[in-house]
Design a protein around this ligand. Sequence first.
Ligand code: GDP
Ligand code: ZN
Length: 462
Amino acid sequence: MLDFDTIAAISTPMGEGAIAIVRLSGEEAITIADRIFKSVSNKRLTDVASHTIHYGHIVDPKTEQVVEEVMLSIMKGPKTFTREDIIEINCHGGIVSVNRVLQLVIANGARLAEPGEFTKRAFLNGRVDLSQAEAVMDLIRAKTDKAMNMAIGQMEGRLSKLVRHLRQEILETLAHVEVNIDYPEYDDVEEMTHQVLIEKASNVRQEIDKLLQTSHQGKILREGLATVIIGRPNVGKSSLLNSLVQDAKAIVTDIPGTTRDVIEEYVNVRGVPLRLVDTAGIRETEDIVERIGVERSRQYLKEADLILLVLNFNEELTDEDKKLFEAVKGMDVIVIVNKTDLEQKINLEEVQQFAGDHPVVTTSLLQEQGIDQLEEAIAALFFGGTIESQDLTYLSNTRHIALLTQARGAIDEAITGIESGVPIDIVQIDLTRTWELLGEIIGDAVHESLIDQLFSQFCLGK
Ligand code: GDP
Ligand code: ZN
């Protein structure tokens, strides 16, 4: 285990919450806590067993003043999250008293932890690998239950396991290359090697592809689906927004203390987190086509993952509506024909023609009709049911996606090389590169500055 100083932080979200926890980790954690903790049973923390909880008071050793009534957990390394000694002080009071406890801990020898430093230690002490550590961060920011499951899956090492397996395959392939280099005079060795090489490398490529294919869904689960509602004035855009928000099981705003300052609105539609883009600006999109022209509005809309195009059941399809269809060509669109409680003036066959393959849903937002079908359409469009299978590994982290894409390129070059008969040591270079790129996902051979940068994105106290 590596040698570190003792760090401390408040490891529960700031603000509300009945209990706040001050956490310490490091060699001095127990002695520091012992200086400020008076157990009701009069035991010293240096004498008690590991993984036990103690009731008592935090007392300022200078003034002998009682600061807070607490439950204190003691966990000696290495069976802890950081593999170091950990003390957790459960405070019952509000934010003021928890801050006083933290100040005392620091006055008595601990250092205030940097964001993500607890997890960083867990990584540096070999407790978790890098992809698991990143999953902790995702967990903190998980927007829906499914995103949560995905993060947990990754934390449990699902992605790591897959990546390790791939690296092993590549190592075996490299071994074959070695045979070839060491015994070039044996023709049949070369023959065999050639075939085995292609087979193994293609296998690796296939598995990388499979993983990469999940990245779209994974990213959506993690970051939410950028959703824009468009339509002419008065068709019901605001009503749609309201009904989605009302019906949603959870509206999650970012936890304070994370790097994002902007408060975003998320609604959870059957496990699909919709990120309502520019919610405040929705009124402005009403005449977006007219205002900025079809070309530019297309550019604007391109950043959306999902377009909800609203039409009026009570009016004929207008040129403006048709322009909107034009503007969202090639994107994921759900067409909503609203106000079915009023007299039908729209030609639904014509709508379907314009919609092409995109689903068309009819609603009366006023009478709360058709919202179920709309939610179904949203879920079907993005997950086609497959999202339910818990054992799929979803690739969601941008860094992982970038590395896997690079690894895909490297293994591709290796395969092309083998097929076109380039010198085997060139193939070896490409294979090694693939192996290294995959290694970066789980944190083997990653640069120290990268590690610092990654962990600084965490919440304080995690
Ligand atoms: P926006 O301008 O597109 O945002 O449309 P709004 O959501 O503000 O709605 C415009 C008007 O249509 C409001 O008076 C709504 O109450 C009404 N409205 C919305 N949905 C329905 C519906 O399904 N049926 C009827 N009859 N009126 C609706
Ligand atoms: Zn509106």
